[in-house]
Write a protein that binds this ligand. Structure first.
Ligand SMILES: [Zn+2]
Length: 396
């Protein structure tokens, strides 16, 4: 089915192309295309093959981009910054979409920060702010940002829950879960309840719930492949910071999520969380809370941050909850807020990495655990500190 300059696609190949966000064009003979559109109509898949070819907007952080727009932007920066940026993918989602990420590495031998974003489909501000962060890390001329960018290797997945994200753009704005059928009547699994750490302790077994944990830990392809990717591609022990980006609680959350009892390195975690919160405050006077997930939000199990902390032994593992709009439209933050939130996120990371470096440079800081704990809980600035263990010092 090939003639000069024209490549005929099959329905399946076109479907895959659309799912992978590959640039299309008028590549099929008209007759073929008509057939395809008829079939597509019968299958009710019109959204994948709109009659007009899709137009993709160039990311300028004035709108919430679709998955294809994000992927095309990623392709352009991989091409334009090949010396620093490498594209990767962790595999395909349940519906067959590639789950893609970027690695930014300015210098060899750096430790790793891993950022996973938009695991909850409707939290669009996370991928928007995440791409803003990447753009600044690559192109900002601010010496502070340059130092931040070059001090670690950044592994970033802007959209982990690709199926849910596309669904939230095309069908249901407030969709949260994945798109694998949970049972014959209900759709989707909460991917941030599916990680394998104390999974069964506080799992949600109702397939129709918005926080359904799935049938067993790592049952979902998105989660399983993320875990395998990290295990197989990033040297054990080199991830020093893991961030799960969410919205809209406006908070930095540290382990644990399954219990209100603080983890062993709670004070260190809070010291770094506080540095994040304080660093972002001056720009727009936005106040983030900080504390453990179980204390600030609620208790559950199967979240990625606790898995990173407990199973992968990542010393600094955070859930960063970006701001929302307030009830009842918490996830529908106006587009005009994207650059605002993105800039604050960058500020927060600057504070965070500085704090981690400071911890590294100070062998022992004296103080008491209790006083520091209280101070950290309130996110108060303060000079008293604690005795840190050797383990928690080796961060970057
Ligand atoms: Zn979330």
């Amino acid at each position: 089915m090939e003639s000069k300059g024209i490549i005929a696609g099959t329905f399946e190949s076109e479907l895959q192309r659309a799912k992978d966000c590959k640039p299309g064009g008028d590549i099929m003979p008209k007759k073929e295309k008509r057939l395809l559109f008829t079939r597509q109509f019968l299958l009710d898949r019109r959204s994948l093959f709109p009659k007009k070819l899709p137009t993709y907007r160039i990311l300028d952080w004035s709108f919430y981009p679709t998955l294809c727009e994000i992927y095309m932007w990623m392709d352009s920066i991989i091409k334009n910054s090949a010396r620093v940026v490498t594209g990767f993918d962790i595999g395909r989602s349940y519906e067959g979409r590639l789950i893609r990420g970027l690695k930014l590495s300015f210098k060899p031998g750096r430790k790793t920060i891993f950022i996973e974003s938009n695991i909850h489909a409707r939290e669009w501000i996370t991928s928007a702010a995440c791409t803003y962060l990447i753009m600044e890390l690559l192109y900002s001329r601010d010496p502070d940002v340059r130092e931040l960018a070059e001090s670690v290797d950044w592994w970033i997945i802007p959209v982990l829950n690709v199926d849910g994200f596309v669904y939230s753009h095309e069908k249901e704005r407030l969709w949260r879960k994945s798109r694998r059928p949970a049972d014959p009547h209900c759709m989707g699994i909460d991917l941030n309840r599916n990680f394998n750490f104390k999974w069964s302790l506080r799992r949600c077994a109702d397939p129709c719930s918005n926080v359904y944990s799935g049938p067993y830990p790592e049952s979902e392809p998105e989660v399983k492949q993320l875990v395998e990717f990290i295990n197989n591609n990033i040297p054990e022990g080199s991830i020093k910071i893991y961030v799960a980006l969410h919205s809209a609680a406006q908070a930095v959350l540290v382990p644990w999520t399954h219990t209100k009892v603080p983890p062993q390195s709670y004070a260190t975690l809070m010291y770094v969380a506080k540095a994040f919160v304080e660093a972002l405050y001056p720009r727009y006077h936005t106040k983030y809370r900080c504390g453990s997930s179980a204390n600030i939000l609620k208790m559950f199990t199967g979240g990625s941050k606790d898995w990173a902390y407990a199973v992968k032994h990542v010393p600094i593992a955070f859930t960063i909850e970006l701001p929302g709009r307030g009830s009842p439209k918490r996830f529908e933050l106006p587009e005009t807020m994207i650059t605002h939130v993105g800039a604050e996120l960058l500020d927060g990371f600057r504070g965070m990495i500085k704090a981690v470096k400071l911890l590294e440079s100070q062998a022992v800081v004296t103080g008491t655990f209790t006083s520091e704990l209280l101070r950290a809980k309130d996110c108060k600035a303060g000079g008293n500190a604690i005795s840190y263990t050797k383990r928690s010092l080796i961060l970057l």
